[in-house]
Write a protein that binds this ligand. Structure first.
Ligand SMILES: *Cc1c(COP(=O)(O)O)cnc(C)c1O
Length: 392
């Protein structure tokens, strides 16, 4: 028996349980429609909330930056890899979000891996929402701090855990997603903030699905709740609503300064390219110019969710453009997704372990890129498949 046979066994197991990821290939730019495995399909899968991933202004900015600055970053930020565009983007992001300072990373995932370990270590404790994103969980593990999960969006559970455990550690950190990506619900940040203030504990929110979506003109969850200055660290991404690539950390200047000195993905991994950075700057320009795209996103989401409810679908507890269509068993969700694809609609099923057993669903991601016709076409497909499979 070879020493890697076990891997094939594991993969076969995944296949037999219906948990194997069949990864489709896209042959078109991101937008309301995609070419998926050679077939044109209505796109209900992307986090491209504002349709910026193929926006002419962002594409032009990336081309210009490539012409002027080339393609590769050449070195890590702390040696010879910090370019004028990074500094400019960080200044603009801080201004946009109304914070003292901001720092960019290669991705939102890396932003979490960088940030949590510079705030807490082995002698400390982290209070983490049970449904936090994998990159938060990994950041928490890397820090070496004791991790204590509190019940999802349950401020009472958070406070109980703090009262029981905080005294046994040097420092504490509360960390939560802003918007939870599988259900589309929003963290009760004002109440979490009060608890953090009362117990004098650092508070960090990962607003990956709120950046460019929540708040005035997409300024994020802190703006949405009017909590400026009260959340110590905001992590975000420019790979979703911003339509490009890159992570953001925004907050107090001293935190950002500390990250520049000690954040490992900042010190040991090369940075966003000139093209990515310039495209992100163009996204900030668009968001500062007008709230039109963000308004369109919310109008589309409101319409789609209301119509889905009218058709008899259960769209869960979503408060955002993320629209889960609750189906229950994973096999049903997978079949629903295949039938939708045959009808020209690309919407993925999501099952265990990404969501709990028996809570499988199709997750529809609404975008400002969708026209009314697109949404109607999607609704018709859902209605037809829903009837065929006896869901509605
Ligand atoms: C998507 C996501 C990330 C990762 O962002 P990338 O820029 O794609 O690495 C991190 N945190 C949360 C909550 C996310 O939803």
């Amino acid at each position: 028996m070879s020493k890697i046979d076990w891997i094939q066994n594991e993969i076969d197991n995944l296949k037999s349980q219906g948990l194997y990821n069949n990864i489709r290939t896209i042959d078109s730019p991101q937008g309301a429609w995609l070419t998926v495995d050679g077939k044109k399909a209505l796109n209900f899968c992307s986090n491209n909330y504002l349709g910026l991933a193929n926006h002419p202004a962002l594409v032009a900015a990336a081309k210009k930056a490539t012409d002027e600055m080339g393609v590769g970053p050449g070195a890590v930020r702390s040696i010879a890899g910090t370019i004028n565009l990074h500094v400019e983007l960080e200044r603009r992001l801080a201004q946009f979000k109304g914070v003292e300072a901001a720092l960019t990373f290669q991705s939102g995932f890396n932003a979490n891996l960088a940030t949590i370990p510079v705030l807490v270590g082995k002698e400390d404790v982290i209070f983490s929402d049970r449904l936090n994103h994998a990159s938060i969980i990994d950041g928490c593990r890397l820090s070496g701090a004791k991790i204590i999960a509190y019940e999802h969006n349950d401020v009472k559970s958070l406070e109980e855990q703090i009262q029981t455990h905080a005294k046994n550690y040097r420092r504490a950190l509360i960390v939560t997603d802003g918007v939870f990506s599988m259900d589309g619900d929003i963290a009760p940040l004002p109440a979490i903030c009060e608890v953090a203030q009362k117990h004098n504990i650092l508070l960090m929110v990962d607003d990956a699905h709120g950046e460019g979506v929540l708040g005035k003109g997409g300024r994020g969850i802190v703006d949405h709740f009017g909590l400026h200055g009260k959340v110590d660290v905001e992590v975000g991404t420019m790979s979703k609503a911003f339509g490009v690539m890159g992570g953001i950390v925004a907050g107090k200047a001293v935190v950002v300064e500390w990250l520049r000195q000690r954040g490992r993905p900042f010190l040991f991994s090369s940075a966003m390219t000139a093209a990515d950075t310039a495209a992100c700057l163009a996204a900030v320009d668009l968001l500062e110019d007008s709230t039109q795209l963000v308004d369109k996103l919310w109008a589309n989401a409101k319409y789609f969710k209301a119509e889905m409810k009218r058709l008899g679908f259960d769209t869960g507890v979503s408060e955002t453009p993320i629209t889960p269509v609750m189906l229950g068993e994973a096999a049903l969700a997978q079949q629903f997704s295949r039938e939708l694809f045959d009808a020209g609609v690309f919407a993925m099923s999501i099952g265990y372990p990404t969501v709990p057993q028996g809570k499988a669903r199709i997750r529809v991601m609404i975008s400002a890129a969708h026209s009314q016709d697109d949404l109607n076409q999607g609704l018709e497909a859902f209605a037809n498949v829903g009837k065929k499979l006896g869901v509605v």
